[in-house]
Design a protein around this ligand. Structure first.
Ligand code: ZN
Length: 78
């Protein structure tokens, strides 16, 4: 069964992303499996976007990360 991180959509069937938490990847949790803060996750996703598009400016990357997170079960309600 395919499982995806509820915070960033990383595929949890890949050992690269698998962490201590059932529903989140290792990049979205601390070593105890607790979900990181919204701000930390947003920053991480923004950096991820910038990795794909090096010309993306910081502010645009943050805005896109915010939009991306609105589609994620972990962040949709906030
Ligand atoms: Zn994640």
């Amino acid at each position: 069964m395919d499982k995806f991180c509820h915070s960033c959509s990383a595929p949890l069937n890949m050992s690269d992303f698998r962490g201590p938490a059932e529903d989140y990847c290792k990049y979205c949790t601390d070593e105890s499996g607790n979900l990181k803060s919204r701000q930390e996750i947003r920053q991480g996703i923004a950096q991820w976007f910038k990795g794909w598009q090096p010309n993306l400016d910081e502010q645009t990357a943050i805005i896109r990360a915010e939009l991306f997170m609105k589609a994620m079960p972990a962040w949709a309600d906030e």
